[in-house]
Ligand binder design. Structure first.
Ligand SMILES: *Cc1c(COP(=O)(O)O)cnc(C)c1O
Length: 221
């Protein structure tokens, strides 16, 4: 269930430049509607199959963010309406978004997902790999994709020093890319990091966008 008081408390902890994405995966549309009625307009979902019916059922002024791993063959279903894709973790996926966005005549905002955790299972680029791609210019020659920044997920651990170091590393990569001005004339200003368990650390390390699920909606099954 959505908790208005938890929502207000979390918002009060976030500096004004930090955007809150309410991660509503696994919760039914009625629960999202409660959040909407309390003023939430930015929702994050991690699966296309779950996002599509929610998009159909809920008000059209919602900004939908796709935050989970995205298969190239599913891109076409979300391109007509998605506000931002946080999980661009391969050049192949990037190219598919460019192709489908061109077809739809829409520019899609994306974040490049970086692998910062020690767990093998988390997706994303490493810094050297991404810098090579950026040097090549392919991402700059994609007029229907707007690269707005980076996203990362820290290790799932109680070790807050480790989490802090991972977020600090992501912020450093973000600053490096920003300083190289790979996207002249476009804003590269979104750093999506921080979830229910670690958003305060992320904000302290320079996050501009936090993705919070269970702290707003309660534990998932
Ligand atoms: C589920 C999820 C979140 C939110 O997780 P909580 O711990 O419930 O806040 C954030 N980011 C991604 C990519 C997720 O899949």
């Amino acid at each position: 269930m959505f908790s208005q008081s938890r929502y207000e408390a979390i918002k009060a902890q976030l500096p004004p430049q930090v955007t809150l994405v309410a991660v509503s995966k696994t919760y039914p549309a009625e629960v999202l509607q409660q959040a909407y009625d309390a003023g939430v307009r930015i929702f994050g979902e991690n699966r296309v199959q779950e996002l599509l019916p929610k998009y159909e059922a809920l008000p059209k002024d919602i900004e939908w963010h796709l935050i989970g791993h995205l298969q190239s063959n599913k891109v076409k279903y979300i391109v007509p309406f998605v506000h931002m894709i946080h999980s661009v973790d391969s050049l192949r996926l990037f190219n598919e978004i460019q192709k489908q966005a061109a077809k739809a005549g829409r520019t899609i905002q994306v974040l490049l997902q970086m692998h910062i955790a020690s767990e093998e299972t988390k997706f994303g680029f490493d810094e050297a790999e991404l810098l090579t791609i950026l040097e090549s210019g392919v991402m700059q020659n994609a007029p229907f994709v707007k690269v707005c920044g980076l996203m990362g997920m820290a290790s799932f651990t109680e070790d807050t020093e480790k989490v802090k170091a991972e977020f600090a590393g992501l912020k450093k990569t973000f600053d490096t890319i920003k300083a190289k001005n790979y996207f002249p004339g476009k804003d590269f200003d979104v750093l999506s990091m921080g979830m229910s368990g670690d958003y305060l650390i992320a904000v302290e390390q320079g996050s501009t966008m936090v993705r919070i699920g269970s702290a707003l909606f309660g534990a998932r099954d």
